[in-house]
Write a protein that binds this ligand. Sequence first.
Ligand code: COS
Length: 385
Amino acid sequence: MDYFLDEEQMMIKDLARQIAEEKVMPIRAELDEREEFPWDIMNILAQSDFLGIYIPEAYGGMGRGGFEFSLAVEELSRACLGVSTTYAANALGTYPILLYGSEEQKKKYLPDIASGRKLVAFALTEANAGSDAAGVQTTARLEGNEYVLNGTKQWITNGGEASIYTVIAITDKSKGARGASAFVVEKDTPGFSFGKKENKLGIRASSTRELIFENCRIPKENIIGKPGMGFIVAMKTLDSSRTGVGAQGVGVAQGAFDAAAAYALERQQFGQPIFSIQAVQHLLADMATQIEAARALVYAVAKFIDSKAKDVSKESAMAKLFATDVAMKVTVDAVQVMGGAGYMREYPVEKMMRDAKILQIYEGTNQIQRNVIGQALIKETAKKK
Ligand code: COS
């Protein structure tokens, strides 16, 4: 699928692969085992300008789009989904500022994000607001020149490690989804602390933490967009970021396929490499075909989003849904191809299988993606009448 890429895109992909193979692969098992945040890798990515790929040059970024960003995500995911989650969640947290921030906010935050001096986290999810994103209960009350935040965010990727948080809170309870607003909250703000750090099945190199706001006062200017726009900011952010999750699916599936295929060529049973046995060969053929189909969809949708198309919800949900279901299936099948060896920690595929599961859950479960696609299809069909 590399024939789709121009010279600069190829360079980004090659450099990401090099970093993934030389810096990430040797330590991924240790990061997973120790549940250790990959600061060294994030610093290497920052030095290679990878944290600003999708940020405009005017704010210190590379000035490329979500497509180029997805190429980097894919290659990092081929090595370690914990690392790529840390990297991709940084963009998720940045999108609200990029899409809806004021000029002052962009000037203040984007250069530090592009250079990697500051990491970012996106905070929407709460104990009672997961798939039902409009169920947010954290409040932001306007008092003079400040908003006062109260509430707890749950399962926040990069929580505790990030310096900048884009937070969705309710400013007007009577208005439902239309009563939410988006804010920037900086790490050392009084009244803002971190709670439980989660112990996870997979993506263990990434940090998942609770954020606690107790009378946390932030300047009025920290609102992103206008009061009441929070739900739209969150939804448009997810529309932009979900192809990145799709790219994670393509990457981890490719990593699992590569490991299983190499093993199948080495492993001898019945006097031949198991790759020559039709049952195994067909499994690998299906895996490779599904990966290429997922990659084609993710690339096409990432380019569609970069074309500044107005409504990308359906396509973005399709790319996330398809590529992450493929990732789950392919990683499970990779373990199957490798048999007993696949189940052992000595090989990378058991970790890939554990890691892949989150892709069907975060940034909207795959059931929610089907809802988004279904709603869009109803609208399209009604228009055709
Ligand atoms: N872009 C712009 N506006 C959108 C939108 C989008 N992608 N999606 C919804 N909206 C608008 C709707 O048009 C509606 O506006 P009105 O109030 O003017 O009608 C409003 O937002 C509420 O939408 P809706 O009624 O569809 O909201 P629901 O509460 O039924 O939620 C969705 C449905 C699919 C939006 C929600 O369930 C969802 O996405 N959940 C997943 C959340 C998620 O990804 N969680 C993980 C986040 S952290 S990584």
